[in-house]
Design a protein around this ligand. Structure first.
Ligand SMILES: [Zn+2]
Length: 376
C-alpha cells in the first residue's frame, strides 16, 4: 500500500516538476520569481539559519565560539557566495514573496547571554552583518547579575538594527509543563504566558514589534506551533540542524546550532548543504505518537533530483540515542523501536544529480502514556 501510494505521489511530483517554471537562479544575484517547486538543481534560494549562544565566554563550552571562529565562519560563507540577511528580509520573502539572495544566511543568538552584547554584537556591527537575538524576559530581568543582557543592552542593540525575538518567558520544555499544571485549561494558560506574554513583555520594554519565536531546545509539537501562530508570530525556529529553501514551513524553520568544536570545513559543509524536503512523512513533522514501534517513512519532494542509491537516513533521539538505520528501499520505510519516550529526529542525506550532499530532517515525539488531559 505504501509503495503504491509513494509511486503515485512521485508520478504526480514528476508532472509538477516538468510543468514548473524553469528558473536559472545561479545566474542572478536575486531571485525575482518563485516557481511552485524549486529543485535542488535549479540552485536555490538556499536559506541557512545559524544558531549561536556565546561569543568569547569565559567558561568554555560546546556552545561558546570565539570571536576568531565567528570571523572565520563569516569569511568562509562570504567566500562561498553567501549574503547575510536580516529577519525582516526572510519574513518578507515568505510572506510577501520579496526576493532574497540565492544563497542567504541569517545569524541568530539564543538565550540573551551578556558576552553576545560584549563581543558578538560589536564584531558583527563593524562588519555590517545583521543578526537576531532571541531572549527570554525572566533572564533579561535578572540581567548582568546572571551574565545576561539587560533591557538597556537590548534597547541599544535594537536601535542599531539588531532584531530581538522571543525565546519564551522562562525557557522551559514547552511540552513538559510543571507538575502543578493539572489540565488542558491550565496548560493553555501556562503556554500563553510562555509564548504570547513573552512577546508582549519584550515589545513593551523595547517599544518595537516582536515577530519571531525560537523554541527552547527546539522541542515542540504541532499544538505548540499552532499556539505560536495564534499569538501572532510570523516565524518560529527549531534547531533541527539542516537548511531550508522556499518550501520551508515558516513556523518550523530549521536552524543549525554552531558548536565550538566544529572544524571550519565541517561548518561550511553543514551551512552550505542544500535542503532535502519531504513531500510526505510518517509520523508527520511535530506529531505525537504513543506506540513503542512506529513506521517511519518519507517521500522526497522532487525525488528525481536525487540519486536514490545515495539516500541514507537514521533516527536519533534528543538524548543522543542512535537507532537503527532506515533501509534504503524504494519507498524508504522502516519500523523503528522507539525504546523510550523522547523527541526523535529523522535525519536524511542524499546526493543530488550534480553530486552535492543534501540534508533534511524532521522531528516527532513519542509519549509512552495514553495522552494525558493536557496533551492534545
Ligand atoms: Zn535556549
Amino acid at each position: 500500500m505504501a509503495m503504491v501510494f509513494s509511486k503515485r505521489i512521485r508520478a504526480l511530483l514528476v508532472c509538477l516538476v516538468l510543468s514548473a517554471f524553469c528558473l536559472n537562479a545561479e545566474e542572478r544575484a536575486l531571485i525575482t520569481h518563485y516557481p511552485a517547486i524549486v529543485t535542488a538543481e535549479q540552485g536555490g534560494p538556499l536559506i541557512t539559519v545559524l544558531c549561536y549562544h556565546h561569543v568569547d565566554c569565559a567558561v568554555k563550552t560546546e556552545y561558546s565560539v570565539t570571536s576568531a571562529q565567528l570571523s572565520e565562519q563569516i569569511d568562509a560563507l562570504q567566500a562561498a557566495g553567501f549574503s547575510f540577511i536580516d529577519s525582516r528580509a526572510l519574513e518578507d520573502f515568505f510572506v510577501q514573496g520579496k526576493p532574497i539572495p540565492v544563497k542567504s544566511v541569517l545569524i541568530t543568538f539564543d538565550d540573551g547571554n551578556y558576552d553576545v552584547f560584549r563581543s558578538g554584537y560589536p564584531l558583527l556591527k563593524k562588519r555590517g552583518i545583521p543578526f537576531t537575538f532571541f531572549v527570554y524576559p525572566k533572564a533579561v530581568d535578572e540581567g548582568h547579575a546572571k551574565h545576561g543582557v539587560d533591557w538597556d543592552d537590548l534597547r541599544e542593540m535594537a536601535a542599531n538594527g539588531v532584531t530581538i525575538g522571543s525565546h519564551t518567558m522562562t525557557h522551559p520544555f514547552l511540552t513538559k509543563p510543571p507538575e502543578t499544571i493539572k489540565d488542558r485549561k491550565e496548560y493553555d494558560v501556562w503556554l500563553e504566558n510562555e509564548i504570547a506574554n513573552s512577546r508582549v513583555a519584550i515589545e513593551t520594554q523595547l517599544k518595537r514589534p516582536v515577530t519571531e519565536l525560537a523554541i527552547p531546545f527546539g522541542a515542540f509539537d504541532a499544538y505548540i506551533r499552532q499556539k505560536a501562530i495564534e499569538a501572532g508570530y510570523t516565524m518560529v525556529f527549531n534547531v533541527n540542524g539542516v537548511n531550508s529553501d522556499v518550501r520551508a514551513d515558516r513556523w518550523n524553520m530549521n536552524r543549525i546550532i554552531v558548536k565550538a568544536s566544529m572544524p571550519i570545513k565541517q561548518f561550511l559543509e553543514e551551512a552550505t548543504a542544500p535542503p532535502l524536503v519531504f513531500s510526505s512523512t510518517q509520523p508527520s513533522a511535530l506529531a505525537r505518537v504513543n506506540s513503542e514501534t512506529t513506521d517511519v517513512t518519507f517521500i522526497l519532494d522532487d525525488a528525481e533530483a536525487y540519486d536514490e542509491s545515495t539516500v541514507q537516513s537514521h533516527v536519533t533521539s534528543f538524548e543522543g540515542l542512535e537507532l537503527q538505520h532506515i533501509k534504503d528501499t524504494d519507498f524508504f520505510v522502516e519500523t523503528v523501536d522507539l525504546r523510550r519516550p523522547a523527541f526523535y529526529e529523522v535525519y536524511v542525506t542524499a546526493k543530488d544529480r550534480v553530486g552535492r550532499l543534501c540534508r533534511g530532517a524532521w522531528l516527532f515525539i513519542y509519549e509512552k502514556e495514553t495522552p494525558t488531559p493536557i496533551v492534545p
